[in-house]
Structures are given as C-alpha cells and as structure tokens.
Ligand binder design. Sequence first.
Ligand SMILES: Cc1ncc(C[n+]2csc(CCOP(=O)(O)OP(=O)(O)O)c2C)c(N)n1
Ligand SMILES: [Mg+2]
Length: 761
Amino acid sequence: MTASIPNPVPARMRGLNRAEICDVNFTEFVRGWNGHRDVAPAPHEAVLDGSALDAAGFRELFESQLISRHLDLMARVLRVQNKVFYTIGSSGHEGNAMVARLTRHTDPAFLHYRSGGFMAERFRKLPGMDPIMDSALSFAASSDDPASGGRHKVWGSKSLWVLPQTSTIASHLPKALGTAMAIETARRLGHPLPIPGDSIAICSFGDASSNHATAQTAFNAAAWSAYQKLPAPVLFVCEDNGIGISVKTPSGWIARNFANRQDLDYFHADGLDLASGYGDVQRAVEHCRRTRRPTFLHLRTTRIMGHAGTDFEIEWRSVEELCAVEATDPLLRSAAIAMESGLMSADEVLALYEATRERCFAAAGEADRRPKIETLEHVIAPLAPYTPQAVMAEATRVDYAGRRVEAFGSEARLPEGQPPRHMAIQINNALHDLFAKYPETLLFGEDVAQKGGVYTVTKGLQKAFGRRRVFNTLLDETMILGMAQGFANLGLLPIPEIQYLAYFHNACDQIRGEAASLQFFSNNQFANPMVVRIAGLGYQRGFGGHFHNDNSITALRDIPGLVVGCPSRGDDAATMLRTLTALAKVDGRVSVFLEPIALYMTKDLYEPGDGRWLTAYPAPEEAMTLGEGRVYLPDSGGEGSDLVIFTYGNGVPMSLRAAREIEARHGWKARVVDLRWLVPLNAAYIVEQAKSAKRILIVDEGRHSAGVGEGVITAIAEGGHGARPFQRVVGVDTYTPLAGAAFLVIPGEQDIVAAADRLAG
Ligand SMILES: Cc1ncc(C[n+]2csc(CCOP(=O)(O)OP(=O)(O)O)c2C)c(N)n1
Ligand SMILES: [Mg+2]
C-alpha cells in the first residue's frame, strides 16, 4: 500500500529538499489517518494476524526503522553545519531490519551502505548497546566511533560481528562467501570457531551492484560450491530499489537474472512491508541455515531522499516521478500497520517519531563534542601494526618438533640435515614446516594440490596435510583472495597462491581495497592475516611472453599497510616465509611473498656446475628481520665501498656476476645489497648502505616507471646522499615480448657492467 499522489502535485511537494518532504509526508500521513485517509488499507494486509511477525516484534522493527530514518534526516541537517560528514542514507531500505531480526548477532555480516535499519535491529541482540550514539559518533568522524575510530562512516561492530566494508561496490561479496566457506572448513578441520557452527554469513548489496564482476564472481563461486555439494551458507541479500545513483535497473531484471539460477536458491520478500515480508525473509534465512546452501534473497526496497545528500534528484527526475517513489516509503506502510492493527494510535506513532528524532539529534550533539582524530600518528596507528620482538619470537618458536618429523617423514629427512638445494625445494620445505607448526594454515589456488603447482613448489603438501588444508580452487583470482579473507576472518591462516604476477592484477582490489584496508578501517578490531604467494618476475628461459614474465610490482608498491618480500635464494625464502607468517599471527598483517620464477631452479652462480646458488635449509629457529637486506661483500675482500649495487630478486645473482667483471675492468670493489623487502622499503637501511658508497648502482628488474628503483633513489636523495654518482639499470616501460627479445626489455648483466662504465667515464 502506498500513499496517494495528489494531482497536480502541490507546491510544497515540489521542493528541492526531498528529506524535508519525506519528513513532512510521514507526519501528514499519520495525522491524516484518523480523519481523512488518502488510501484505504487493503483488508488482507491490514493487520499482523496471519503474519509470522508478532506485535512485540513489529514494534521493535518499526522502532529500528525510525531510528534509521532519523539518523538519515539528522545527517542531512547537520551536514550543512559541518557536524556530520556522510549523507548516504538508508531511507527506503529500512525493511532490512527484518534480516537482522531473523539472524543472530554471531552471523558475520558484510553490509550494504543502506543498512541503518539492519544495524539498529542488530543492536538489540546484545544488552547495553546504543545504535544511535554509535552511529552518531561515526557520522561525526569522532575518534570515539566504535566502528572505525573516525576513519570512515561505516557500518561495523566487533561485538555484533559486523565487519566494516569499503565503499567499493560488490567488493565484499567474495569475502562474505569466503567466510561462509570458512565456517564449514573450520568445523571439518576441528579448528575452534569464534561463532556457532551453524552460523551463516550475511551479505547485502544493491540491485545495480549485482551486475558487478566482483559480485558475479561470488555468485558463480557459490553455485560452483553448491553444485559439488560443498557447503557455502551465505545469504546474499539484494536490496532492489530499482536504481543505482541515476541509472535505472531494467524492470524485472533482478528476478530474471537470479530467480532460476541453478545452485543459488532464490527467495523474494517485500522489504517495504513488514507484515507480508517477514515470513518470506524468515524462509530464506532458515533455508540458508538449514541447507548450508548459497541463498539469494531478493528484497524489494525503494530509495527515497536520493542517492546521497548531494544528489538533487529534482534536477534530473520529474517531480511526479519523485512523488511516486516517495509514496512507497516503507515507513508509511509500517505506520499504517501500527494503526490498523490497533497496536498504536496516530498520536503514539507521532510521539515515537518525534522522540526518535530528538534522540538522534541529542546523540549528534554529543558526538560533535567528542574528540576527533588530531594527529597523523593517530590516523595511521592501526594501519600496519608491528611488534618486532613478538614477531621474531613467534617466527623462531620451535615447539612442534614431533609434528615436524611427521611432516618430513623421519628425523633423518629433516631438511636442515640435507645438502644445499635450490629455492623451489626450500620454499616447499618451508611450507611443510609451517603447516606442521600451524594446524590452521590452508594453502589453495590454481593447480596447487595434486600437481603441486606449475613449478612443483607445493608438491607433496596435499598428501602430507590432506585435502581440507591444501586444495585447488576454481580459476578465479578474485575469489581466491576473497576466500583468503573469509578464512582469515574466522581465525584460519590462509596462504593463497596466485599463479602468475600478471594474474594478480585482475584481482588486485581484493588486496588493495579490501584485505590490506581492514585493520585501518576497523581501528584494528578486525584483521584478515594472510600470506599471499605470487610467482612472478622475468628471465624465464623455457616459458616466455609477458604473462609469465611480468616484471611490474608497481601495483603492490603503494598499497598502504601491505608487506612485500622477494627472496632471491632458498634459505632467505624459508626465513622470510617464517617472518611473514609470524607477522600474520602476531600482528594480523597481510603480506605478499613474491617468488622469482626464474630463480626457482637456479643452482649455479658464476660457472655452470658451481652450485653456488644452492643453499642449506635454515634451522627452524632462524628467521629474517623485517626490512633487513642481505649484503654480499666482494669475494676479493674489503667493504666494497667503491661501488654499492642495490638490487633484489633476479638482480642479485646478475649483480654478483657483474661485480666481478666491474672489478676486473675498473679495479672497484663492489658490494651488492639484496633489499629483500620491497614494501615498505627500508629507507634507513638503504641510507646506511649508501653512506659509505663512492658510487651507487641500482639494478631494478621492474619497470622504469614507478619501479622499486625509484624508491631506492628517493631514499638515498632524501637521506642526503643524492649527490653521489649513481646509475640506474631498469626494465623498460613495455610489455615483455616472447623469446630472446625479452632480454631487450629487462636488464642484463652487460647493462650493469655498462652502467659501471658510465660511472667510470
Ligand atoms: C566499484 C564501484 N564503482 C562505482 C561506485 C560508485 N557508486 C556508488 S553507489 C553506486 C550505485 C549503486 O547502486 P545499487 O547497487 O543499486 O545500490 P543503491 O545505492 O541503489 O542502494 C555507484 C555507481 C562504487 N562505489 N564502486
Ligand atoms: Mg539500487
């Protein structure tokens, strides 16, 4: 039932401020109820009798709707006074409170930004919580905001299992599905879950968002799981208001697109009408919880008051159309239900309406007086937590000797007792070790299981630790990283693999926008610790072309909070992996372990057969300090200060070879510094190494633009040593061609020698 639209539309309804009009509409609608009624209620929907909702339940839901509405109205008023910093509202979507009522506060929720009703209702689930004050603090960007500490206006609550989401449309669907999968994986592994075993993950989003590739990825993966009878108890709630900012969703599209999808079970509910919608929402929730199957709840909503406070709809829509939309306001319907059913009189409805308004404004006034973030240190405090001593203690902790022996087969087969080996083997050993140490580790990706990965780096892991901990995923990097976040959300320790660096880029946002941002936007209340293994960089001889030799790590360089390590030899790879895992365990951090493919099998350094790039497996009580490089002094002795070469990855063995030739040509003793840690670059360490250098060479196999070399040069210059003679040897800003032509693009040893010649000349 909707209010009627007067024709012609009276002047007061032609106003610019639709929030004011919706506000007045509600009051007039209720006031008009006893005397003149615009529209008679349809008798079959007039009362709660026959609805799954009882009177007490209705009353609370109605109040949650009103709280949500008045938070919106308050935000519009106080935004212009600079007391509130966000006006994307929930008006028209308040029916999502039903989803909150019918689920538990321990069902992890990943919410659409129009979730005011949901939140107000979920707040009821725990005693002593105040949805209005918490929201007001968030609107006011106060550092007391319990969701994000004033960093973002976001729906979030640690105790209510609402994980704060970013504004990026649909980016939360993969991790919501991942969390649903994690509930079941943890249960099957016997890993203690922080929530009940029959929990479901809730994920809401808009109709326009459902078209996004990141959303479709999650629907597909959910169905892919259900098809194989793998449980994926996720409740996708599509809040269909028929529009995305200004673009209308084709009428009927959501039902058409989702009603008949196999293995994504479709339910429809009217989110505009609590009396008729409640039972349908209940059926969807119960279905999801009972069957553990991915469930799609198509919730009818409307959008009133525009996309945000800045959206003056009247400038691009006709007033008649606006009035028609405003007439579908679900609060009018709730008011009608309250009055028709005799639950509340018109005066009581109005009194509740005004009392809620007052509470919202009072909370906003109080929030405005509360502290703001005043210093940069405060802003970044939760961005990249790091407790070095605890991390080192964790990385070197060896209290799992028995499990190690079991993992490697026998005492005699422990890797530290074996002869030196190449990097692929040592990474494989290190992974076995970590799997023995942490029963909560999971390794997954494309081809990682039986085959052991394209380069056999993960060979044997599935056999040793089982199919639940080491498994192949579907071919979808976005989903691999979404799953990782989901597993991490529930306390597992994911080690996802991205098969090639080039294929990280299409899923980059799952790290850039999502995983790496969670600690920041939740004020470090939530974390999704993980170690992402990515094989990459150039110089592969057998397997050519750009996509297997992508040398761009630029996309990773500026991700706030992320750690990127890149080992160039087997022992470093093992100790680095231990540190990254400890960083995840202790500080909740997200990191990338960048594996140079061309060095996986490298055995020799100077001469064929010299075996000088083989390394012994480091004892399990060794780890690598975050940020610390490895220094190679000249073979001929001395500090190597005539020339200092900064490099990483493939550049390390190349530079060592070139250093010999440079010494022969110029008599310079050269020191090679393997940076090892590429993000964040350790500027202090670089400056320390540069201090004693007479000349500096930077060997960066990445790209000319925005490559690591730029950061090294900046660190040196900012450290006051920019006047030293320096040269940079770096890849070209192009895609990598096939076969021998690749070596025209990426730096070679002779380029390093030539750069030294230029320094001499
Ligand atoms: C990836 C991405 N692209 C674009 C935007 C900008 N944007 C914000 S909301 C929105 C429309 C979303 O519409 P819908 O999903 O129907 O949700 P509604 O706002 O209608 O509830 C757009 C395009 C965004 N936030 N993220
Ligand atoms: Mg929409």
